[in-house]
Ligand binder design. Sequence first.
Ligand code: NAD
Ligand code: DAU
Length: 362
Amino acid sequence: MNKKTILVTGGAGFIGSHVVRRLVTRYPDYTIVNLDKLTYAGNLENISDIENKPNYKFVKGDIVDADFIQELFSREKLTDVIHLAAESHVDRSISNPLEFIRTNILGTVNLLNAAKFSWNCRLGTESSDTESPRRNLFYHISTDEVYGSLGPSGLFTENSPYDPHSPYSASKASSDHLVRAYADTFGLPAVISNCSNNYGPFQFPEKLIPLALNNIRQNKPIPIYGKGENIRDWLFVEDHTLAIDLIFHKGKRSETYNIGGHNEWKNIDLILLLCGIMDRHLKRTAGTSEKLITYVTDRSGHDLRYAIDSSKIDRELGWKPSVKFEEGLEKTVRWYLDNESWLSNITTGNYKMYYEKQYANR
Ligand code: NAD
Ligand code: DAU
């Protein structure tokens, strides 16, 4: 197996932590450098189980700092990038768009510039020849939200036009365009995937499923935006992680792959299902948790429906979602109930102390 030094950005976040764990444990010949700013969403407890592995290194830093990023590329002799670091929550992008522009757009450009410079990318050279074996790869992790909103029917394909509506999705769309521009203009070896809604262990309790689960646990209201009729296509995070591993190793450069769960749920139906599972786990009388459902003012510009056609990654790389929704939701509920200290460390803010406690003297 080739020796590689892979920069994973955002590896202390939800999906990034699953990606780091998989790469560190499955590929001992790779060195994984996890770069994360540790914003409110970054939590080193998410990857405490692998922090002492010899092929793993954590670096605290901001992708918006161009000099630092260039210096990191030179110092670590990075061969590849899997870029997940982002501001990821739509509601926060409505209240503070600028932070999304900085991290998701400027931060991505800084990484692209450093990769282009370090890997000596120029059109017409061997590095830009799509037929020669790939020495480097810039893998950009993106979202289905770049395609906008669907009506009651139809699916997003890789050829769907971009039509983002929120500052979050507009910033991700912009970063996708920049990655393609660097591939086309400078011959940067790059690949992009656009995925639907993930759920599973270690998701920050601001997103629908862990927020509802946490509120049910504490007998607090479950806020449902609008009438709860918006539809999302849910995918268990480990299925996404597996797809990322496959695309990283087998994906064709300059290609885009859509990843989805073939698993569409109206928000209200999903919450009713979750309430039933929680009643069972918490030994409450059936119907208790759903009384917590509270309809609140809708999200501004709320996209009605997302649904992904993932036939390309199935056909070309043999990937399909493997975890059924009821099974994934059961696993997720079990994990959150078994790891109440993970949740309470977030609520109290103690999770922010982890870096100082574990890394300050390294
Ligand atoms: P997350 O919010 O849980 O994690 C983001 C991580 O990035 C955090 O650890 C944070 O500290 C780090 N980060 C933020 N700004 C940074 C900066 N300036 N420099 C360095 N690190 C920084 O996000 P997530 O849900 O795990 O999403 C990861 C990626 O996957 C994002 O790019 C997101 O757009 C994409 N995505 C997410 C989903 C989903 O359902 N969660 C679906 C499709 C695509
Ligand atoms: O589709 C992929 C995207 O999925 C990712 O790119 C984003 O990073 C990720 O956050 C997610 O975006 P959503 O906006 O779809 O996820 P969220 O969990 O915030 O909301 C899911 C649905 O639930 C959405 O229709 C809004 C609704 N909702 C959300 C919250 C937080 C509620 O009704 N109540 C809530 O409290």
